[in-house]
Design a protein around this ligand. Structure first.
Ligand SMILES: Cc1cc2nc3c(=O)[nH]c(=O)nc-3n(C[C@H](O)[C@H](O)[C@H](O)COP(=O)(O)OP(=O)(O)OC[C@H]3O[C@@H](n4cnc5c(N)ncnc54)[C@H](O)[C@@H]3O)c2cc1C
Length: 483
């Protein structure tokens, strides 16, 4: 070990020690802060919704957020000519959708009417009308109330089994956020809101909804980079204690816990003292969460299709290319002779950002793709784009990029939840409802409450579900505190 390394290690320990000293006003005694009615853990859509609603009622709130931004899996960043979304991007539906309801008067929401071109790895582009027809069939088969009577023409069927099967697989994985399409249950409680499912934000990003919620909220009540390590609850006491990673302790009458199902799966044993009830643990273990990954590419010039209806390319690997890709392209992970590049689902245009394309990866390689070197990631992306589109376009190299890493972020650990076959065995109430049930004290007063997308019985996996769940738990407390 080099002396430089030892010195660095020693200095960081010394700094940490000094920090602990200063945060406890000179003596190494953890400070207990107890001036809060409600502590909210997490400043994603659910946490922000709960905090703003309680705050409007004059209830004293404090929010602890481990990451450095407000929004959780809503993460809009400035890139290229506009805001782009590394997380949630589209408002899914117009009826019974709280996001749409809150924003419909604002003129921000746009209806771009997406149509995808199917690009095949042998270099040809499938006729637009034909690929639209295929995607319509995908959609009809895939919706929960799927058109069971839809017929598949012979030629379409042949095409489907030969090439589009793999595309459909990736399409399902992007929608469910699972690593394998054998994990999500075909029948689920998920409810589609009627109306347009791909409503966009006119280049302002999904964060616009959070700005709207926080319009009259003092954002100083949100403590960023503040990691909660443990929530301790004694049913005989009227308060819950929250221990931060710094060693600081905070108490409140109620705590609303909003971190993801991924965080609960990984950390529930260390996070809750006493441990969560067995029923809740079973629900946490049975529900599913996987990951998708986005890579935003900025190009010096717009080199791809310019027709008005163009939205993006869906990549269809021929069986031959799938079988031989691991030998055609050796860099990065591959398993069972399958390359990580087969998880590159396609790419699409981004609102108000004419030089940006958003690439999507879905499937079992996503955790490894998130953590691979940027050099290999960009090299593999360039290889794939050239393979699919190089015959038709003068493909350029990107001059900038941004990537998401939801699965490897220890405070998220996945993208969105889904119901598995195991979770479907838990009924009346469902696993999602069990997840949402608060922990009560001996007088049946809720002390630890649970919000977040996975706690919504029908709109789990979405921002509108997360916001509704935050409002739900705020209402539960307003009822108790105000009456
Ligand atoms: C790539 C991607 C695309 C998506 N696309 C869409 C879409 O188009 N439309 C849609 O409706 N939904 C979409 N979603 C889903 C949507 O983003 C989520 O359902 C929603 O953001 C969940 O909100 P939440 O508040 O429940 O959880 P989160 O957003 O995960 O918020 C929880 C917060 O808790 C914090 N936290 C975790 N642990 C701790 C701790 N120990 N201490 C303190 N803080 C902690 C986290 O940092 C996080 O900020 C997408 C998600 C992803 C990742």
């Amino acid at each position: 070990m080099s002396s430089a390394f030892k010195f660095k290690n020693f200095t960081s320990k010394l700094l940490a020690f000094l920090l602990i000293l200063s945060s406890s006003h000179g003596a190494y005694v953890p400070k207990v802060n107890s001036d809060t009615d409600v502590i909210i853990i997490g400043a994603g859509p659910a946490g922000v919704a709960a905090a703003t609603k309680l705050d409007q009622q004059g209830i004293n709130v404090k929010v602890f957020e481990a990451n450095e931004w407000i929004g959780g899996r809503v993460h809009s960043i400035k890139f290229g000519d506009a805001w782009v979304d590394l997380g949630a991007e589209w408002c899914h539906g117009e009826k019974e959708n709280i996001v749409f309801d809150l924003m419909k008067e604002s003129q921000v929401l746009q209806h771009p009417n997406y149509t995808f071109e199917m690009a095949v790895s042998d270099g040809h582009i499938v006729d637009e009308e034909f690929s639209t027809q295929l995607f319509t069939i995908f959609d009809e088969l895939f919706t929960p109330d799927g058109a069971r009577n839809s017929t598949v023409e012979d030629s379409v069927g042949t095409y489907f089994t030969k090439w589009a099967y793999h595309t459909f697989n990736l399409y399902v994985l992007s929608s469910e956020g699972a690593f394998s399409w054998f994990e999500p249950a075909a029948l689920s409680d998920y409810k589609d809101c009627d109306g347009d499912h791909a409503i966009t934000w006119n280049g302002l990003g999904y964060k616009t909804i959070l700005d709207k919620l926080m319009a009259n909220f003092d954002q100083k009540k949100i403590n960023l980079l503040t990691v909660v390590k443990q929530i301790t609850f004694d049913e005989d006491k009227d308060q819950v204690t929250v221990l931060l990673a710094t060693g600081e302790k905070h108490t409140a009458k109620h705590v609303i816990f909003t971190p993801s199902l991924g965080v609960l799966k990984h950390d529930h044993k260390s996070l809750f003292q006493p441990p969560l009830p067995q029923r809740k643990v079973e629900a946490i273990e049975a529900l599913g969460i996987g990951a998708v990954m986005k890579v935003m590419l900025h190009f010096p010039e717009h080199w791809w299709a310019t027709n008005g209806s163009f939205s993006g390319y869906s990549f269809v690997w021929t069986q031959e290319d799938r079988d031989t890709l691991a030998t055609q392209y050796r860099k990065g992970p591959y398993r069972n002779n399958l390359s990580w590049l087969t998880n590159f689902m396609g790419m699409y245009r981004v609102e108000q950002n004419p030089k940006v394309l958003s690439c999507w990866f879905t499937g079992e390689f996503v955790p490894e793709i998130e953590t691979m070197s940027d050099d290999i990631l960009l090299d593999g992306i360039n290889f794939t784009i050239n393979k699919f589109l190089g015959k038709k376009y003068n493909v350029q190299q990107p001059d900038d990029f941004r990537k998401s890493a939801w699965y490897s972020n220890e405070f998220v650990r996945g993208t969105y939840s889904y119901q598995t076959l195991a979770s479907r065995k838990i009924q009346n109430p469902s696993a999602n409802v069990i997840l949402s049930q608060p922990i009560l004290n001996k007088d049946n007063i809720p002390r630890i409450l649970f919000a977040g997308e996975a706690t919504h019985p029908r709109f789990y996996s979405t921002v509108h579900g997360a916001i509704e769940s935050g409002f739900r738990e705020a209402d539960r407390l307003i009822e108790i505190i105000k009456h």
